[in-house]
Design a protein. Structure first.
Length: 545
């Protein structure tokens, strides 16, 4: 079914990708070790940060740590003995985690860390060294990849920092215990040169996800593409040529997980699953050919400029029942300023297409982009309510290291960094920045208000009610609704307003006003890309009634 709306979607975008690698080229990249070492890989708990919704229920969403599974697979292939401690499953305390690590008698401990997690990693690393100084400690993941030297300087207990792709670097560390501390291996041409993620090291009973209409179901995660070519200013992944995986191997993983662990839902961690349309069609066709579309369901992240009706129909046939997009803003001027590469009308159109096809819709928004104002946030709230959207997340802009937003926040370019405590870099409940117009407290207020307005819309309440009566009994699924109803009541009783609301009222009183959204900084990652280089000057007019 192709609707008239569809023709206006800019689907011609198909990212240039690196070639795929044939099966004969697989594995020789992993060097077999002469010494067999015991390696314990650890993911610290982080879900506590979402407790703004209320106390965390016992039966909540936990997703397998895919990065560690890849690293573990490579280490096992090299001949090492590996175990994974995933503290997220039952939110282990630091004391219990330390005990588990020491009990596993490791030669090497490997942590994964995003920015808000690094403090916990450093503190545990110190305690491990205090107990046994012979244990080597390595850390990989987004935070240390962006700031390897700073991390080493902050924490002398760390022996190795792995920058970027970790499979070969981890093997190099385990095989050779090199003298250099910052280990970086060039990205391989294909992700398929690595062994499959070592799923057998996890207890899959812990990994569940609230699925519309079904409640908590067993789930697994995988990637079919690594890298994202887009240049969103707030993202640390931006500008990396996507590498497509071999479809046979991707679908082998799905089949294996379904047969071995009884997985019912698969979540693609690809930044943009639809970045290459041929890849999506091939993936869907193979899932259908093996009959997996009758057995399991899929979730993926897409973008408005890479998705159209034909593609959605194919994805539905293959079993995709929920799709999410990072909309980020409902202001056209903001959308341009954050270099999302999409137009807001495209989101409206794609959500309409999804809704017509009964796909579960999700989105994420950000409040606090550089130069964000009361007006642009209000535009975002209105936009989120206008489109065919049933679930949404709202994050406060957090300038992670190695993003253009970080440079802007440090330079005061429409954003101002208020705190450099990495523990606070969590996008929820706290704001580490302010904009020229909005204080940190405003941003926290708007995050809460956005969710409140969104989740108390009659259509969204009705959708959740339908979910309830069709068997989705997961408390987790309904938390945003409970949160919103409670806050609606509080806001009504307290007549709550954003702290700097009076400034906005004063501006309104003066009538029409021009606001400049002008980034003075050049995104250093863009230097080679002529079309994106230079100062981007965007001016838009506000018609405040
Ligand atoms: C899926 C995802 C999530 C999921 C699930 C994560 C999970 N199960 O692990 C959810 C939604 C829960 C999530 C939550 C958050 N996420 Co997230 N997430 C991602 C996403 C899209 C993919 C991650 C992934 O699995 N990639 C595939 C694997 C194979 O890659 P990888 O994890 O990077 O691992 C490789 C290397 O980094 C390295 N490596 C990693 N760990 C280790 C450890 C060792 C010992 C070694 C040797 C190597 C190594 O080797 C791996 C294999 O090559 C990334 C974006 C991206 N493309 O990376 C963002 C990303 C990692 N998330 C990000 C953030 C900020 C968060 C949150 C803090 C946001 C929030 N407040 O909600 C939380 C906190 C998560 C946490 N654990 O701290 C940022 C991190 C930026 C930063 N500097 O911290 C990213 C990069 C997004 C972005 N655009 O900027 N996230
Ligand atoms: S936010 Fe998403 S689309 Fe934008 S650069 Fe990052 S991964 Fe790519």
């Amino acid at each position: 079914m192709v609707t008239s709306v569809d023709t206006s979607i800019d689907i011609n975008y198909t990212a240039a990708v690196d070639r795929r690698v044939s099966a004969s080229e697989v594995y020789p990249v992993i060097e077999i070790s002469k010494v067999k070492r015991h390696i314990t890989l650890v993911r610290l708990p982080y879900a506590n940060i979402y407790s703004v919704y209320g106390k965390l229920p016992k039966n909540r969403e936990v997703r397998p740590p895919l990065g560690l599974l890849y690293v573990a697979g490579a280490l096992e292939e090299a001949g090492h003995c590996v175990n994974i401690i995933d503290c997220e499953t039952e939110l282990y305390s630091p004391e219990y985690t330390l005990q588990l690590i020491l009990d596993s008698k490791p030669d090497i401990v490997g942590f994964t860390a995003t920015t808000p997690e690094i403090h916990g990693v450093e503190s545990l690393a110190k305690q491990i060294k205090d107990c046994d100084s012979t244990i080597k400690i390595m850390v990989g993941g987004s935070h240390v990849s962006a700031l390897p030297r700073e991390t080493l300087a902050d924490c002398p207990s760390l022996d190795y920092i792995v920058v970027g792709e970790g499979e070969l670097s981890a093997v190099h560390i385990a095989n050779d215990l090199p003298t250099e501390q910052i280990i970086r291996t060039q990205n391989q041409k294909s992700v398929d040169v690595f062994p499959m993620p070592a799923r057998h090291l996890l207890n899959y009973d812990f990994y569940k996800y609230a699925w519309p209409g079904k409640g908590m179901v067993k789930m697994d995660v995988l990637e079919s593409i690594r890298g994202c070519p887009f240049m969103c200013t707030f993202c640390s992944v931006r500008g990396v040529k996507p590498r497509l995986r071999d479809i046979q191997r991707v679908v082998d993983e799905i089949e294996h997980s379904y047969k071995t662990y009884g997985t019912q839902l698969f979540m693609f961690f690809d930044d943009t699953l639809t970045v290459n349309r041929f890849h999506v069609f091939e993936l869907c066709d193979e899932i259908i050919r093996r009959g997996l579309n009758k057995k399991v369901v899929f979730y993926g992240n897409t973008r408005a400029n890479t998705t159209n009706a034909e593609m959605l129909d194919k994805m539905i046939e293959a079993g995709f029942t929920e799709l999410s997009m990072g909309v980020e803003t409902g202001s056209a001027a903001m959308m341009k300023a954050i270099k999302k590469g999409t137009r807001i009308e495209q989101y409206e159109q794609v959500y309409k297409l999804m809704h017509e096809r009964k796909i579960q819709t999700r989105a994420s928004f950000i409040v606090g982009h550089a130069y964000e104002t009361h007006e642009t946030v209000l535009e975002s709230i209105q936009f989120a309510k206008k489109i065919d959207l049933m679930r949404c997340a709202v994050n406060i802009l957090t300038p992670y290291p190695d993003t253009h937003s970080y440079d802007q926040a440090v330079a005061g370019d429409g954003l101002h960094l208020k705190c450099k405590d990495w523990r606070e870099f969590k996008r929820w409940g706290t704001a580490v920045i302010r904009t020229d117009d909005l204080s940190s407290e405003d941003l926290q207020w708007y995050q809460r208000r956005f969710l409140t307005e969104f989740y108390t819309q009659p259509k969204v309440l009705w959708y959740h009610f339908e979910q309830l009566i069709t068997g989705n009994a997961s408390h987790y699924f309904f938390r945003p609704v409970f949160f919103a109803i409670k806050n609606r009541l509080i806001d009504f009783l307290t007549r709550s307003k954003p702290p700097t609301w009076n400034n906005y009222l004063k501006r309104r009183a003066t009538g029409e006003k021009q606001i400049h959204i002008s980034s003075k900084l050049v995104d250093t990652k863009n230097k080679k890309n002529k079309t994106l280089t230079g100062t981007e000057e965007g001016v838009f007019k506000l018609n405040i009634k």
